[in-house]
Design a protein around this ligand. Structure first.
Ligand code: CAA
Ligand code: NAI
Length: 708
């Protein structure tokens, strides 16, 4: 059996090393191993101090989320209880110094706070990200962190879930010292020094000096709750974590810990935790592509070419430069090129203003982007990403050109959002090298990228594109080549349904409000106005799904934000204002179509908008254009503002129950016609009492079996 925790003694200091790759999670065996090592150090007369450190890339990154998942689903005992361990560390008669590198997160930071001292590498980070999993820290973190950093800073860390860097941690009192150079050697020296000093080695639980006064705490907690409601809309855990901090400042330590435990258990029993834990693993599963393994060869990307310096091309060039990859940025005319570069510079300047980048870093990145009007240098590019207008004949012409110029192993990528990758690939002599890399707008901000495999794309090219997205700090999800791929394909029926609802009696703002209250970042009409009604018009027209109001607004030139009016009016260019003119127009088109208007409930809005989207998701799965239902969830959470605490559309469907959704679809079919036809996969799963999650699990098992 592998040894999860190692014990050695170096110059009178016990060195306890947690070695549980990849991230030293506190899985079963790890807390027990640390406890045994602490006990041994306490009784070893040759030992005067203890250093607790992590092997590999990081200190402990928290509880084992797999075990939390089992607990949340009532399938297992859950994460090991580490309260006794924390007490034994804090009560250890010899000073315990925790040495942190990488990330001390969740239970990892809680473990560290039980030590008497914390030292860290300069680039170490610490955080309590539990709210991102729909829970609160469960290993006394809500009681110890306020004691070390003060109530205000603790509330900020708990509610935001964001990590802080080592210098900030020192400033706040969370870390005692930054160790330049070798962390282990520095920590041992520090431990010897504190042991020699004789103490006192204070236990964190006894430190009350930063716990504030009732008056100051009342204001901090109220502001924290306000922040939680605003930044973590509709979520429970960010509010409950403040209840636990309130316990820390009003109750003795032990009672505060009890309160914390009760709250964690309540959170773990809720939908929010199950959904967010699903979202955590779903996001990590996307990098696992069937048929591709660690051994699959990838093309190395040292130089890139981007064609088109418009909205997307400029953003893509920035993303490449941000990763240190030199980019040739080609345009057809000087004015467009200058506009593109000016906008790149403006985006960088805004990051400098916000303190996210130094002026020097900005100049270094700009220097990596070479604007030009020719294909000079494209022969050496390892990847060329095309981002010209969305027009098939233009794209084919461009791919014909680059096919003649690019070297044999150059990856040829298109950023098209709707066009057929295979048809584009057909314009080249090497369709196996062609792939879609669909960035979202703004490309330098949005994490999601759909990697679109064509019928003939080589697996090495897929592996290269997936690896590149990771290097660009994006989340690449592999999808198949169908119209709109996964994300936009599911948007269309959703958008159309919302337009039907307004004809039947709702208003755009009522629909958007219901969607917003459900948790969507924006309502669908506001999204349509932002993307441009011309874009939606073209696609809905092509697929014969255009509604009368949509058609009329387009004909009136109300194209959304860019024309100051669409489904809403805009005075400042971006804040939607309800427009009676649009509502009157909708009433007229409804009347002309003989639609009897009625009052429509929020519940109906949510059911119709989401169930039609879920049905399309099932069709995509059935047709094999997404690898997993969970991939669809990741796409919707990271690219379309779907609330993560609902787990994504397919997970949400599971929580409602596929049988119920199927029955509602039948009902909508009776009322609204064949457009509402349940996809066979959904019908089958509903019939079998199954879920999309079970469908994914069964597929993974089948793939694993075929590998054996
Ligand atoms: N438990 C179980 N598995 C974990 C894990 C954890 N805490 N953290 C990461 N992993 C797994 C990932 O699933 C992934 O597995 P696969 O390779 O099989 O997909 C692997 O470790 C590597 O993870 P990443 O791809 O995310 O690696 P990264 O280098 O990009 O990031 C990280 C590393 C910053 C630690 C990131 O993984 C992360 O944020 N992890 C979660 C940290 C967290 O939320 N901790 C709190 C847990 S809750 C808790 O601790 C409750 C409590 O109070 C007791
Ligand atoms: P855009 O209109 O802003 O930019 C296109 C640019 O390509 C223009 O600057 C044009 O001068 C240039 N161009 C045209 N022909 C060229 C050629 N032969 N060589 C070099 N440059 C040429 O368009 P945008 O929005 O950047 O879209 C580009 C592609 O990205 C399209 O395929 C679009 O569907 C896709 N896309 C767009 C998104 C968006 O939200 N704007 C999101 C995701 C994908």
């Amino acid at each position: 059996m592998v040894e999860l925790v190692k014990f050695t003694v170096e110059t009178g200091v016990a060195l306890i090393t947690v070695d549980n790759p990849p991230v030293n999670a506190l899985s079963a065996g790890v807390p027990e191993g640390i406890a045994a090592a602490i006990e041994r150090a306490a009784h070893d007369a040759s030992v005067s101090a203890v250093v607790l450190i992590g092997a590999g890339r990081t200190f402990v990154a928290g509880a084992d989320i797999k075990q939390l998942e089992e607990q949340a689903h009532g399938r297992g005992p859950g994460a090991p209880n580490i309260h006794q361990l924390l007490k034994s560390i804090e009560d250890c008669p010899k000073p315990v110094v925790v040495a942190i590198h990488g990330t001390a997160l969740g239970g990892g930071l809680e473990l560290a706070m039980a030590g008497h001292y914390r030292v860290a590498s300069p680039d170490a980070q610490a955080g309590q990200p539990e709210v991102n999993l729909g829970i609160i820290p469960g290993a006394e973190g809500t009681q110890r962190l306020p004691r070390l950093v003060g109530v205000g800073a603790a509330v900020e860390m708990f509610v935001s879930g964001k990590s802080i860097r080592a210098p900030e941690a020192v400033r706040l009192g969370l870390f005692d010292k930054i160790i330049e150079g070798d962390l282990k050697a520095g920590a041992i020296a520090f431990a010897r020094h504190v042991a020699d000093s004789g103490g006192p080695h204070r236990r964190t639980r006894d430190r009350n000096e930063k716990l504030g006064s009732p008056e100051s705490n009342a204001a901090i907690l109220a502001a924290g709750r306000e922040q939680a409601r605003k930044t973590r809309r509709n979520m429970i855990a960010p509010l409950r974590v403040i209840d636990a901090v309130e316990a820390a400042v009003t109750l003795p330590f032990e009672e505060g810990c009890r309160r914390e435990r009760e709250i964690v258990e309540q959170c773990l029993a809720g939908e929010e935790a199950r959904a967010l834990i699903h979202a955590f693993f779903a996001e990590r599963a996307v990098s696992k592509v069937r048929g591709i393994s660690q051994e699959t060869r990838t093309h190395s990307i040292r130089k890139a070419g981007v064609i088109g310096a418009g909205t997307m091309g400029g953003g893509i060039a920035m993303v490449l430069a941000n990763a240190g990859i030199p980019v040739l940025l080609k345009e057809t005319d000087r004015a467009a090129l200058d506009r593109g570069m000016a906008s790149v510079r403006k985006n960088y300047e805004s990051s400098v203003k916000k303190g996210r980048l130094t002026a020097q870093e900005m100049e270094e990145r700009l220097a990596l982007i070479q604007p030009q009007l020719t294909y000079d240098g494209f022969r050496d590019a390892d990847i060329i990403i095309e981002a010209v207008f969305e027009n098939m004949s233009l794209k084919k012409q461009v791919f014909g050109e680059i096919d003649r110029i690019a070297k044999g192993d150059c990856v040829l990528a298109t950023n098209t959002s709707t066009l057929d990758i295979d048809e584009i690939a057909g314009a080249t002599s090497r369709p196996n090298m062609v792939i879609g890399i669909h960035f979202f707008s703004p490309a330098h901000v949005m994490r999601l990228v759909e990697v679109v495999r064509g019928a003939r794309t080589d697996k090495e090219v897929i592996a290269t594109a997936m690896a590149l997205t990771k290097r660009l700090r994006k989340l690449g999800v592999l999808v198949g080549n169908c119209r709109g791929f996964v994300g936009n394909r599911m948007m269309l029926p959703y958008m159309r349904e919302a337009q039907c609802l307004v004809e039947e009696g709702a208003t755009p703002s009522q629909v958007d409000q219901a969607l917003y209250d459900f948790g969507m970042a924006m309502g669908i009409f506001a999204v349509d106005d932002m993307g441009g009604l011309d874009l939606a018009w073209r696609v809905l027209q092509d697929t014969k799904r255009l509604t009368k109001p949509g058609e009329r607004l387009y004909a009136m030139g109300r194209l959304g934000q860019k024309t100051g009016a669409g489904w809403y009016r805009y005075e400042d260019g971006r804040t939607p204002i309800r427009d009676p003119e649009v509502e009157a127009l909708i009433e007229t088109t409804a009347k002309q179509a003989g639609i009897a208007r009625r009052s429509i409930s929020s519940e109906e809005i949510i059911e119709r908008c989401l169930y039609i989207m879920i049905n399309e998701g099932a069709r995509i799965l059935d047709e094999g254009f997404a690898q997993r239902a969970a991939d669809i969830d990741t796409i919707y959470i990271t690219g379309y503002g779907f609330p993560a605490y609902r787990g994504g559309p397919m997970w949400y469907a599971d929580t409602i129950g596929l049988q119920k959704i199927y029955e509602r679809i039948l009902e909508f079919q009776r009322r609204h016609g064949e457009y509402w036809t349940a996809v066979p996969l959904l019908e089958q799963l509903a019939h079998d009492g199954q879920t999309f999650a079970a469908f994914d699990a069964a597929n993974e098992q089948a793939v694993a079996r075929s590998r054996e």
